[in-house]
Design a protein around this ligand. Structure first.
Ligand code: SAM
Ligand code: SF4
Length: 318
């Protein structure tokens, strides 16, 4: 079992398989990303898999592949199959913007993927274009449809932004409710790379939903970052509320970047690389590094501190 320096059990590994992305979302990525890690610096899927195996052996039970846009990385489904064959009971998911999902949904399903989270910020073509800085809505909707048809369980992520997509909260909720997908609204997390001025906070999101629906706060599900709310008809939606003071209290996550940096927290600069240990096949050393990073996992994120991390969400995987 993996325990951090504040006695929290860590069983969730998020792997950013690439920082590259085919979108330039206003809340995530600047128009000109400051750098792309050269391909030769990325850990290969074989190398990442070595780390995945020891992490599972040490107590990781949940893995999410994210990015950047994970579907841009060639052979993602091969990596998924490696993980699934090694640990068929692991809770394995990906987070994607769905632009390429029509093409890859069947391969992902065949590789053993059961569920995925899809970012959908607007049902309006122009607004979706404005947010992603690219005409994306048709492809996203087609991707969602295909994923559904092949039998992947879908959750939708949406970041409500003031004066941009905030008028669509009910439309997005109803779109998901009709299709029986859970929607999770994520409070915009301020960071130095975003072009967005302001996002909606949890209370503002709830007020909009309360203008049409009655709902109750549901008991929080384990370490999930999402607070669930249940409508009268039983439909459940979630809000990820990172601005809440106790957001970090039951954090169970550790992040690995495509280059091999283990990051203990989204808003925390210190990270250690496992790349050298993995390339030398020194898995004992990789586990030591993992344990050291966990020892230094901060009790609370350093959001708002002067020494706040400058890492972007597209590098860490959100
Ligand atoms: N490209 C994929 C996607 O967009 O779904 C995966 C990577 S993205 C960094 C992962 C999640 O982080 C997405 O749901 C996205 O909405 C969220 N995200 C990115 N920047 C954010 C921010 N500043 N505040 C809140 N959520 C953010
Ligand atoms: Fe790309 Fe996802 Fe960031 Fe949008 S949120 S720019 S899709 S990594």
């Amino acid at each position: 079992m993996l325990i951090d320096g504040h006695n929290r059990k860590v069983d969730y590994l998020r792997i950013s398989v690439t920082e590259r992305c085919n979108f330039r979302c206003q809340y995530c990525m600047p128009e000109k990303p400051f750098s792309w890690v050269p391909h030769e610096n990325l850990l290969t899927f074989e190398e990442l898999f070595l780390f995945v195996k020891v992490s599972i052996d040490e107590g990781i039970t949940k893995i999410r592949l994210t990015g950047g846009e994970p579907l841009l990385r060639k052979d993602l489904s091969v990596f998924i199959k490696m993980i699934n064959d090694y640990a068929p009971n692991i809770d394995l998911a990906i987070t994607t913007n769905a632009f390429l999902l029509s093409t890859y949904a069947q391969a992902l399903k065949d590789a053993g993927l059961k569920r995925l989270n899809i970012s959908l910020d607007s049902l309006n073509k122009e607004t979706a274009h404005y947010i992603a800085k690219k005409d994306v809505l048709n492809e996203i909707l087609a991707g969602i449809e295909t994923a559904d048809q092949v039998g992947l369980k879908i959750k939708i992520n949406c970041v409500p932004l003031q004066d941009i997509n905030d008028k669509e909260i009910l439309d997005l909720l109803e779109f998901c409710k009709n299709k029986n997908y859970e929607i999770r609204f994520i409070e915009f997390m301020e960071n130095s790379h975003a072009n967005v001025k302001q996002g909606l906070n949890s209370q503002e999101i709830q007020n909009i939903i309360a203008s049409k629906y009655k709902f109750e706060k549901t008991k929080k599900d384990g370490c999930s970052p999402s607070q669930s709310y249940t409508l009268e008809d039983g439909y459940i939606f979630g809000i990820i509320e990172p601005h809440l003071d106790n957001f970090c209290s039951d954090c169970n996550r550790i992040r690995l970047t495509a280059e091999g940096y283990l990051i203990p927290c989204l808003y925390f600069e210190d990270a250690l690389s496992i790349a050298e240990a993995i390339k030398k096949r020194d898995l004992g050393e990789a586990v030591n590094i993992l344990k050291n990073v966990l020892k230094n996992k901060p009790e609370k994120n350093k959001w708002g501190d002067e020494n706040n991390s400058n890492r972007a969400f597209y590098e860490t995987g959100g």
